[in-house]
Design a protein around this ligand. Structure first.
Ligand code: GDP
Length: 294
């Protein structure tokens, strides 16, 4: 994960750590290299600009230049700024005061939404929650079938009515969850290949009527700035609560991970890191920064 970015930053950091004393030119050169590495990682241009500017502001202070280990101090500044860029603190899921908690998943087709629904169910099950998967992707019978198979493999019930009205299905699923003492509803909604008005209207309608406690936008991390642009459009219409980046096991660059919070204002809450259902990780900004910066 993100190995390309890590290896590009590695030599810059090694050099920085090695300096006994730093000149303003050393700092400027290092910042230029960091800037280039981030741009090559497909991080949003404006995000890179702001990032480098705030590192620079902190790095040129007297305190840094006069310190015994100025290089180390700059590495620390970059680390702290990266944690901030990634969202600062770990963003957790909301839970309802009175169950069931309703989590609605949205995103484009192929983003890994259905797989993530099952991963999240399994993850919550391990935390002693009792999830219910709900198939509200009413346009693709194959998606309903896929969710049923995934649910069976992890012993999580799947509520479905085949092709129908997603709002009605969601309401019926809430009754079903109450009857069966299930405390968390994971709603897998329909995604299209591209954003279209009909899909957005349907999602807005589900949100208004069902009032989920949490809406998670699922995006394929490997698609970089495309994922960020799609996220912006979803954020504008749906004002979702958090982001899930899937396929991070295949993302060497990290452009989406490093841009999406700054651009949409919404934190990353989970990552998909493989095809298996246990390949899910809660997103921790500090751990991710350490992973990237070595
Ligand atoms: P949906 O159309 O959004 O519901 O997408 P799917 O859940 O069907 O996933 C699309 C493809 O991506 C499938 O082949 C999944 O196995 C794969 N996939 C989903 N999440 C991950 C992940 O975190 N890592 C990898 N490598 N593949 C994933």
């Amino acid at each position: 994960m993100l190995e390309e970015l890590t290896s590009k930053l590695e030599s810059t950091f090694r050099r920085l750590r090695g300096y006994g004393k730093l000149t303003e030119k050393n700092i400027a050169d290092s910042l230029k290299e960091i800037r280039r590495a981030l741009l090559e990682a497909d991080v949003n241009y404006k995000v890179v600009k702001d990032f480098v500017a705030s590192v620079q502001k902190k790095a040129v202070g007297e305190e840094v230049l006069r310190s015994v280990t100025p290089g180390q101090m700059i590495v620390k500044i970059v680390h702290d700024e990266m944690v901030r860029l990634l969202g600062g603190t770990t963003a957790t899921l909301k839970t309802a005061g009175i169950p069931p908690t309703i989590i609605m998943l949205v995103g484009l087709q192929g983003s890994g939404k259905t797989t993530f629904a099952a991963k999240l169910a399994k993850y919550l099950q391990k935390k002693n929650r009792k999830p219910l998967l709900v198939a509200a992707d009413v346009y693709r019978p194959a998606a309903i079938q896929q969710l049923k198979i995934l649910g069976r493999s992890i012993n999580v019930p799947v509520y479905e009515e085949g092709i129908g009205d997603p709002v009605k299905i969601a309401f019926n699923a809430i009754s079903y969850a109450r009857q069966h003492m299930l405390d968390t509803i994971i709603l897998d909604t329909a995604g299209r290949l591209h954003i279209d008005e009909q899909m957005m209207e349907e999602l807005v309608k589900i949100k208004k009527r069902i009032r989920p406690h949490e809406i998670l936008f699922v995006a394929d991390g490997m698609t970089g700035q495309d994922a960020v642009n799609t996220a912006s459009q979803f954020a504008e219409r749906l004002n979702f609560d958090g982001v899930v980046l899937t396929k991070m096991d295949g993302d060497a660059r990290g452009g989406a991970a490093l841009s999406i919070k700054a651009i949409t204002g919404k934190p990353i809450k989970f990552m998909g890191v493989g095809e298996k259902l246990e390949d899910i990780e809660q997103f921790h900004p500090d751990r991710m920064a350490s992973r990237i910066l070595g």
